[in-house]
Design a protein around this ligand. Structure first.
Ligand SMILES: Nc1ncnc2c1ncn2[C@@H]1O[C@H](COP(=O)(O)OP(=O)(O)OP(=O)(O)O)[C@@H](O)[C@H]1O
Length: 453
């Protein structure tokens, strides 16, 4: 298949020769005779493959500098260096700096064509792998039909196409990273990378290397920082609330200056990255006590997106359980089971401080524990203690039994008592009670009236 190939060489003969040989193989070629022309040509349209002369006479940058610029901006494009006779050492160091291969002048036609075909094949495979990765991350669908989830999805749809910096706020395990991935998947950067960095888990010294990468002498392998890795895509900074002050200063500098220097280097590097951050902490109180920079907060949280705790969207729990059972069955081969209405009600009534992650872990544990059991349905007494311990207690329902029953089972027995308990539990909030018991708000109102509540 015809591929767009850029040939960069200061010698017109070499440019014409390489172009001619590749065109004979059916490829399209463009040429550049110096570094600026080359960078401009790449900026106009990213080629599939680049042949790059190591010595670019009369150019602002030499071939290795152009290579560095390509590696930063378009790491997916393979670069084959063209080296003069006796330049092998430089060619080898170019490979260490990320060139795909080199050809030595004078080169044989079949060697040139072979190197080009192989480089194109490898880059095609890389594109396919990243496309598959992207699709598999897209398939991690945000589940839930509750009102808060619908609102969250609408917010994601609104912010995704913009370039605004988003801060996702919510307790641990509530799905903040999934929201960030959903924004990525529906944004104009969906084809670009999604790079996640947990700001809390990294010391300030290490943070600099992880974010900015290193500039090393030729021949020494360099670390590509998360900012460069995320070029053209999204950098997800997880747990910014736990970030040490020093790290906050460094991130603020990148956001204000839009450029950074690699560790050990002086060159300004510019990247095109959208930053999405998240925190489970209350940033307002961290700002009040001086442990989080207010200016950084305003720069990161241009659009704050709250993700509600699972306890605020209990009506999603049956959908989540069902999906997790199927996913875990697919992954482990353990047969998915159903839950008795009582077991489901207990799971729906529990408080889940660890949110969706805790729910998923418990479902996995339940499936493993009930693996040998012949019963079709998992009953309430098979639930781990961790789950029943999370049931909210009220003085009138000290054993949690009534709270644990869904409306459909409790109706005939103690409908009135059940509804009073749920209303008390949600502090008199009719909307939340209606959502929990699975009724329309107006229907619940009518029901309460008819029961004299
Ligand atoms: N709406 C959802 N639908 C399906 N699965 C979800 C949903 N939200 C979260 N999950 C699942 O719950 C788990 C935790 O989600 P995630 O890692 O996004 O949470 P988090 O808030 O970023 O956690 P932390 O604060 O610990 O970083 C993951 O396995 C994720 O796939």
């Amino acid at each position: 298949m015809a591929s767009d190939i850029l040939i960069v060489d200061d010698e017109a003969d070499i440019r014409d020769l390489v172009a001619g040989l590749l065109e004979d193989e059916g490829h399209e070629t463009r040429t550049a005779s110096n570094s600026d022309q080359a960078l401009q040509s790449i900026a106009d349209r990213v080629p599939r493959l680049i042949f790059l002369d190591i010595w670019l006479q009369g150019s602002r940058l030499d071939g290795l500098d152009v290579l560095d610029a390509i590696r930063v901006q378009h790491p997916e494009v393979p670069v084959v260096m063209i080296s003069g006779h006796g330049n092998i050492e430089t060619a080898v160091s170019a490979i260490r700096r990320g060139a795909y291969d080199y050809i030595e002048k004078p080169f044989k036609a079949d060697r040139l064509v072979h190197v080009a075909e192989r480089a194109l094949e490898i880059s095609k495979l890389k594109r396919e792998v990243s496309e598959l990765r992207r699709r598999s991350s897209d398939s991690a669908e945000l589940l839930g039909k509750s009102h808060p989830m619908n609102q969250l999805r609408a917010t994601i749809d609104r912010v995704a196409p913009t370039n605004s910096r988003v801060m996702i706020l919510g307790p641990s395990g509530s799905g903040k990273e999934m929201v960030a991935r959903a924004i990525h998947a529906t944004s104009t950067r969906a084809k670009g990378p999604f790079v996640a960095l947990n700001a809390a888990a990294i010391t300030p010294e290490r943070m600099e290397i992880e974010l900015f990468g290193t500039e090393t002498p030729p021949g020494v392998e360099r670390k590509v920082g998360a900012l460069e890795e995320a070029h053209g895509g999204i950098l997800y900074l997880d747990e910014v609330g736990d970030m040490p002050r020093e790290t906050q200063n460094k991130i603020l500098r990148v956001l204000t200056e839009q450029t950074f220097e690699r560790v050990g280097g002086a060159k300004k590097v510019k990247v095109d990255v959208r930053i999405i951050s998240s925190t489970a902490q209350n940033l307002e109180s961290l700002i009040a006590d001086g442990s989080f920079r207010e200016d950084l907060f305003h720069r990161l949280a241009v659009v704050p997106i709250p993700v509600p705790p699972l306890a605020d969207r209990r009506s999603d729990i049956p959908i989540l359980i069902d999906a997790f059972m199927r996913q875990i069955a697919d992954q482990t081969g353990i047969r998915a089971k159903s839950l008795s209405p009582e077991a489901l009600a207990v799971l729906q009534s529990s408080d889940w401080p660890g949110n969706i992650r805790q729910l998923r872990n418990n479902i996995e544990r339940l499936m493993i524990l009930s693996r040998q059991d012949d019963a079709e349905a998992i009953s309430a007494d098979m639930l781990p203690h961790e789950v029943s311990d999370m049931l909210p207690r009220t003085p009138s329902q000290s054993d949690g039994r009534i709270l644990a029953l869904p409306l459909r089972d409790a109706r005939e027995v103690f409908e009135k008592e059940y509804l009073v308990a749920q209303i008390n539990r949600f502090g008199g909030n009719i909307s939340r009670t209606a959502e929990f018991v699975g009724m329309e708000r107006s229907a619940l109102h009518r029901k309460l009236k008819s029961l004299g509540i």
